[in-house]
Structures are given as C-alpha cells and as structure tokens.
Design a protein around this ligand. Structure first.
Ligand code: C2E
Ligand code: MG
Ligand code: MG
Ligand code: MG
Length: 288
C-alpha cells in the first residue's frame, strides 16, 4: 500500500492500520521494545534566518532504528504511538535526549539556538504535562526560552481545553509556541486569536505551491496577512528552492526550514556544522 502521509513514502504499517488487531499490537510491542532498547534517535534540522542565512535554531525530529526494518520515519509510527498512548513516554524520551544534547552544545560556546519540539496532543492534554516538562528543564539547567513547542491546530482543540491551558502555562514560563502545519487545520480566526501561540508555521503543501507561474494571490499570501494581522511571527517548512525562499522572504517570513538548507541529521553531524563555522556570518552560502 502507498499511504498518503504527505511524504509519498511506502508505509509498511498500513497493513496494521487496515488489518487485524494482532498486527497493530505487534507494532505497539515493537514501539515498547524500541523505548526499552534505545532504538530511537533524535535528528536535527536547521532553522535558518532567510536574510542572513544564519542558523537560528534546530527542529528535533524523531527517528527509529528498527532492528529488522531499518530507519523508520515518524509518519509511519507516530499515529500508532498516539493511539496506544506510548507517545507519552516516547515524548518524554525525546525531551530528555534533546536536553542532554543541548547541554553538550552549550558547553562548546556555540551561538544560542532555539530548539523546536513536536508535541503530540496526547501529551498536551495530560494534566501533569507542564510540571514534568519544567522539571526536566530544571534538571538540565536549561532556560525555558531555549524551547519552542510545535503543536497543530487540531491538537489545541482537544482535551476540553486542557491542551490550551497547558500551553498557556508553558508560555507564561517562557516557552514559545508555534502552530505547525498551519493552514491544513480548520481553526477559525476567532479561535486563532485565543490560542497561546507566537508563530504560524506554514505547511509544506503551501510552500510547494510557490512556482514560477503563480496566481495573483495564493494561500501563502493569505497566511502572511493573517500572521501580520494577529501580530504573529511567520515561519515556513519545506523550502526547497531559491524561488520559494525569495518569495517567503518578501512576505516577511522570519525563519525557514527545508532541503534547500539541509535535511534533519544526527546530533554529531549537527554539532560539526555548528562548530566548524565562523563566529559570525552565514552558515550557508547559496547561489544567487
Ligand atoms: P513536521 O513537524 O511538520 O516536520 C517537518 C517534516 O518535513 C519533517 O519530516 C522534515 O524532515 C520534513 N521536511 C523538512 N524540510 C523538508 C523539505 O524541504 N522537503 C520535504 N519533502 N520534507 C521536508 P519527518 O522528520 O519525517 O517528520 C514528520 C512528522 O512527524 C513531523 O512533521 C511531526 O509532525 C512528526 N514528528 C517528528 N518528530 C516527532 C516527535 O518527536 N514527536 C511527535 N509527537 N511528532 C514528531
Ligand atoms: Mg514540526
Ligand atoms: Mg509537527
Ligand atoms: Mg509541519
């Protein structure tokens, strides 16, 4: 089966989705083992200032080294982790592992980076989520301002307002919040005004629409206007070429991510890039 998960990738678990309970359970068991046997790894993708080409942050993206199936991307297993609630301990592991890495980077006197974490709605609607999050940061001596949480519009609508309450608390503590995949959900302008967010992150599908032959107005323009009107930052994911970069820059997009600059990579490769750069000046030299 080819599952439409937005990555055009082959999804070996789609049988589990359509088929018997036992195959679903086997994935669940595999995920449980993955936690126990340390098969997960956090990769990092650069987030770049589109004007200076300086790396301003990293997004933590989960990878799974399955002993038989090899490298597995989150699109193929996060939904099972969410259904089974295993995303809660998995999410805790991602936070812990990212903090450990970040502490290592900060010892190297690298420029201060902002780290984005993807948070599942299942995590966010837990009553003790905020407390656990803050305790983890304190344990590692990391300031809250280092983190940005990425949540989706649908995620914020869950749990009888618990998700929004939790996010609001985290924001008061100094953590910033981005609405991920923005434009794919269905939030009304009025709910958007009430969400505790700092940034709208334009979904990749809209960035992909930026081509040579653009219509007079496209979705990206509309999102940019919304961000401006609501006084929010605008970020973009899935930037793959200079045309898209230029276009987003003109719309006032303050941070971009995409294969144009680089894919997500293991921590050591990330550290190499960060430490082999001059203290000032761009991290990337792009052709004109
Ligand atoms: P996302 O948060 O929207 O992350 C962006 C995805 O787009 C990532 O896929 C990234 O590798 C990919 N991407 C970035 N730039 C480009 C580009 O220029 N072109 C293309 N084609 N793709 C690009 P990835 O790493 O496979 O993650 C997929 C989704 O899985 C993420 O979407 C996020 O929603 C979820 N995810 C990843 N890590 C975690 C995690 O630790 N916890 C939770 N709950 N979800 C996670
Ligand atoms: Mg994201
Ligand atoms: Mg996300
Ligand atoms: Mg996204």
């Amino acid at each position: 089966h080819v599952k439409a998960n937005g990555k055009d990738s082959y999804c070996f678990y789609s049988d589990a989705m359509e088929g018997t309970d036992s195959s679903y359970l086997s994935v669940e068991r595999d995920l449980y083992l993955a936690l126990e046997q340390n098969q997960f790894e956090v990769f990092f993708q650069p987030r770049v200032d589109p004007f200076s080409h300086i790396i301003v942050g990293m997004e933590a993206l989960l990878r799974w080294h399955h002993p038989e199936k090899g490298l597995i991307y989150p699109g193929d297993f996060i939904w099972i982790a969410e259904e089974s609630k295993l995303i809660v301990p998995i999410g805790d592991w991602v936070l812990e592992s990212t903090c450990e890495e970040l502490v290592r980077w900060r010892k190297q006197r690298l420029p201060q980076l902002k780290i984005s974490l993807n948070i599942s709605p299942v995590q966010l609607e837990r009553p003790n989520y905020v407390q656990k999050f803050i305790e983890t940061l304190q344990k590692h001596n990391l300031p809250a301002s280092v983190f940005e949480l990425e949540v989706t519009e649908q995620g914020l609508l869950r749990g009888q307002g618990m998700a929004v309450r939790n996010l609001r608390q985290l924001r008061e503590y100094g953590i910033s919040v981005a609405l991920d995949d923005f434009g794919r959900g269905y939030s009304s302008l009025s709910s958007l005004q009430n969400f505790p967010v700092n940034t709208l992150k334009i979904d990749r599908s809209f960035v992909r629409e930026i081509e040579d032959e653009l219509p007079k107005v496209c979705a990206v323009d509309a999102i940019a206007m919304m961000a401006k009107g609501l006084n929010l930052h605008m970020a973009a994911e899935g930037v793959e070429n200079l045309l898209q970069l230029e276009y987003l820059r003109n719309l006032g997009c303050s941070e971009v991510q995409g294969y144009l600059y680089g894919k997500a990579m293991p921590a050591q490769a990330t550290l190499d890039i960060l430490s082999n750069q001059p203290a000032e000046g761009p991290h990337f030299i792009l052709p004109d």
